[in-house]
Structure formats: C-alpha cells, structure tokens
Design a protein around this ligand. Structure first.
Ligand code: 5AD
Ligand code: SF4
Length: 463
C-alpha cells in the first residue's frame, strides 16, 4: 500500500466517493473535474475541495469536457513541476473554447509558488488558490461564476490558522484522514515544502479528539493521523500533549479499531512514540520512516538532524517491539556530491532495514532551497543508474518479504469490492491490500484472512 507515495499520475475521485457525495442531500447542477498530484496532504485537500464545492452545487466528474469547473491540485516537491502544470493547463484549456463558460482553477503548492504569475501568464486561468487559502474557496468560486479572476496566496498567521483547520464532512467511509498538524519547520536542504506549505502548526488536541469521536459515531473504523511531520506534534505548544500521548488518547475512543499515522521524521521518532508500537494494539504495524540516504555525509548536507546509526537504532527498537512491523521509506539518489561510497551506504541501509515499499527519487534542485546552491554536477546517467539499482534491490526485498506472508493469517478491514467478480478487498494491519472471495455484506467489518499468494502490490487470501 502506497501510503506516502508521491504520485506521478493525477488521482481521480473514486466512484464510491462520488456516490457518497450524491447521497448527501445537496442539489447538484454543475460538474467539477479535479486532478490531484503529490502527497496525502493534497489528497486530503482535494476531498475538502470536493466537499466544499458540493455545497455550491458541484458534483465530481471524470470528464473534463463536460465540467463547469476544472481544478488542478498541484505538487512542487520535485523539479519540472511548474512546467508540467503549465503544460497540463494548456491541454485542459481546449475544453474552454467555443465560448464555453468554464472555470479553470489551480490549487496546491505550484499555485502557492507561482501566485498571480499564473493569472498573468495564462489568460484562461480564473483562480489561483494557495495552500493556506482553502477557506476562501467558496467565495472565490462564486466570484469566478460572475467572471472574476482572483489569486489568493497569503500565508495565514498561526493563531488564526488554528480555526481554519479542515473539519470533517459527512461521507460514510471506513477509513478517514484526520489532520493533526500542518506545515514544516525542518527546512531539509533539498525541500521546498516549508516554503509552499508554511510554518508548522499543531491543531488543538481537543478538536482532534472531538473529530475522531464524531467519525467513530459515523461508523469510521480506521483513522489516519495526517501531517507533514506528525511526530513533532505538540512539541512547540506547552498546553498540548506529545504525539505519543495524543495517539494513546485516540486509541481510547470506542469504535476506532485501527490507527495509522503519516508522515514521520526519524529525528522526532521518540522512545515514547516507539513504545506505542509495543503496547497500543490498535496502532497499525506499518510505519513510514523516510531515511533519504544511508550516508552520514549526505544526511549532514541534507540537514536531516540524524545519523545513519541513530536511524538504524530506531528501526531496531521498532522491530524488537513488533516482530512483524513493516517499514516503508523515501530515498533520494544523486544528492549533490553523493559518491559511489555514499550510495553503497544507502544500499546497505536498505539491506539492514528491509523496507516493504520504498519511494525513490532522483534529486532535483528546488528554487530557494539551500541545496540549490550546491553544485549539482553528477551526470544524469550516474543518477539514473543508481536509481535503477536501488529499485532492483527494493523489488527483491518487496517480493522476499511478501512471500513470507503466504500461509499466515491477517486481520483485514474489508473496505469494498475486490478486483475480480466475487472478490472483496481490504487492508491488513500491516497496510497491504488483501483481495479474497467473500460476500459484500462483510464490507465494514474486520475479518481473519489466510494469505495464499503474494503479488508485488497486494496479497491474495481466503476467508
Ligand atoms: N528532489 C528529489 N526528491 C525530493 N523529495 C523532496 N524534495 C526533493 C527534491 N528536491 C522527496 C523526499 C521526500 C519525498 C516526499 O519527496 O524523499 O521524503
Ligand atoms: Fe521537507 Fe524535510 Fe519538512 Fe519533510 S521534514 S517536508 S523533507 S523539509
């Protein structure tokens, strides 16, 4: 399961989500086409956008030609993102021809970065919505319906932001994101996130717990605590609990049977939080812990705030507490000055951790970041060769680990129909997708499934 994957393809709303919105009593008289790029934060924002616009009468569609509004929710974590957005917008504008009244909007990190420039350069773009400005969306769309063009990219002060955190809506789903913090103060030398998502802020724990209780009341069984760096939750606010304490409080809420969180920074992975994997049974046995590199020299230049040794210590502690824990990660190859030896260190870190899934990226300089000033002189061919050997090693690890599951029994939260007729599908505690023959009346319950076959991205089971 690609919990933290930076997706390269746009993510379309599922039919299930569409039906869920339909079921709500809103009257729809317009269509919204939305493409989401990037991380879970954007996926979550898109859900919020769809939900907000449903109140204005927009139903989601997968067909841009028939849409009254097209929105690109963009990501700028890696290079070329801006050009890709400009290209995609140029392609989408064809639907606006023939005098058709269609709103074109850009949201997310590229919108934040480019701002008014997008309106200036592209006359067919109507709205630019920055990462802190989603609360203005309804107003902006109403204006655009009257022909107004508008860009809003002002960062909001932390004291005001606390009241602007996304609140949940009424779709009935089994697994929901709950935002616990936003932004990032880490300024890793390669990363644009702190510039486009703004300063770190932790949401009030009372609000988080109230939201989880409400979700439990609506039949949600699993919550995914979401933030750019969840394990630094509360560290800068005296009155709030630590993330580990928050997690224990969430675990006490009746009706919620499984908790996940994403994403974690290894430097903030405290012993207190690691201990939760030993004694909070509701906590999922999967953790995303991005190492970025296995070389101390590279980690230092990246400004990550931990060494290879401390990272591995944490991994070993986690494995000692939960023998079946599965770890996923992110690695950047070809960071400026990365030598063959540095890269070997990364491969050896992978051998020691044995990730079940790894999201690997070729380094790309981002404007305004510290690393962009370093000499990015590694030939492209070297970077690609490193990426390929890393991916090959990962494929081996994924397949070796997955094969060990055959014959074991996993507790699966059944979330919907499977790929094949007669199959249902859900997520195991370790986050893997499991498909198996079963009746759709089981959707919404936890069942025990015996694993009979392992595929690279999913498992096949029997009830
Ligand atoms: N170049 C390549 N990869 C990057 N990431 C973040 N910034 C860059 C960059 N400039 C990767 C990191 C991060 C993931 C979300 O994206 O691995 O964990
Ligand atoms: Fe970027 Fe580092 Fe913050 Fe993650 S922790 S969002 S990599 S600056």
């Amino acid at each position: 399961m690609k919990l933290l994957n930076l997706r390269l393809r746009p993510i379309h709303l599922t039919l299930k989500a569409f039906i869920a919105y339909k079921v709500r009593s809103t009257m729809f008289d317009k269509l919204l086409y939305i493409e989401t790029f990037g991380c879970q934060m954007n996926v979550n924002d898109s859900e919020r956008i769809v939900s907000t616009l449903a109140d204005l009468g927009y139903a989601p569609t997968n067909d841009p030609a028939s849409a009254d509004m097209i929105l690109l929710n963009t990501c700028s974590v890696r290079g070329g993102a801006e050009e890709k957005v400009y290209k995609r917008l140029a392609n989408l504008r064809i639907y606006k021809r023939d005098g058709k009244k269609q709103i074109i909007a850009v949201g997310g990190c590229v919108a934040q970065q480019e701002g008014e420039e997008l309106l200036r350069k592209l006359p067919y773009v109507d709205l630019v919505i920055g990462t802190h400005n989603l609360h203005l969306l309804s107003d902006m769309v109403r204006g655009a319906e009257r022909g107004e063009r508008r860009s809003e990219t002002t960062f909001i002060d932390n004291d005001q932001r606390l009241d602007l955190f996304p609140s949940i809506r009424g779709e009935s789903r089994l697994s929901r994101f709950v935002t616990v913090m936003q932004g990032c103060d880490n300024f890793c030398s390669y990363c644009i996130v702190p510039f486009v998502r703004g300063r770190e802020i932790s949401r009030r724990s009372a609000d988080i717990l109230a939201e989880v209780r409400q979700l439990a009341g609506e039949g949600v069984r699993e919550v995914i605590l979401l933030g750019q760096n969840v394990n630094s939750y509360g560290l800068k606010t005296e009155r709030e609990p630590t993330f580990a304490e928050l997690l224990r409080q969430v675990a006490e809420i009746e009706g919620i049977d499984r908790i996940r969180f994403t994403t974690s920074h290894p430097k903030d992975m405290s012993d207190e939080l690691i201990a939760c994997f030993g004694d909070v049974p509701k906590l999922s046995g999967q953790i995303h812990l991005p190492a970025q590199s296995g070389s101390d020299a590279v980690l230092k230049r990246m400004g990550r705030g931990y060494s290879r040794g401390t990272y591995l210590d944490k991994v070993h502690k986690l494995k000692a507490l939960r023998l079946d824990i599965v770890i996923t990660g992110d690695i950047i190859v070809g960071f400026p000055g990365e030598t063959d030896e540095d890269f070997e260190q990364t491969l050896s870190l992978m051998e020691e951790v044995r990730y079940i899934d790894l999201f690997s990226f070729v380094y790309s300089p981002r404007p305004g970041t510290k690393a962009a000033e370093l000499n990015d002189d590694l030939p492209r061919a070297v970077k690609m060769a490193r990426l390929n050997s890393l991916m090959e090693l990962q494929r081996r690890h994924t397949s070796e680990i997955s094969r060990t599951y055959v014959g074991s029994t996993m507790t699966v939260l059944v979330e919907g129909e499977g790929k094949l007729p007669g199959q249902i599908s859900g997520k195991a505690d370790i986050g893997r997708i499991v498909n198996f023959a079963g009746d759709s009346s089981l959707i919404g319950s936890f069942v025990e499934v015996k694993i009979v076959k392992a595929y690279p991205n999913s498992l096949l089971g029997e009830l």
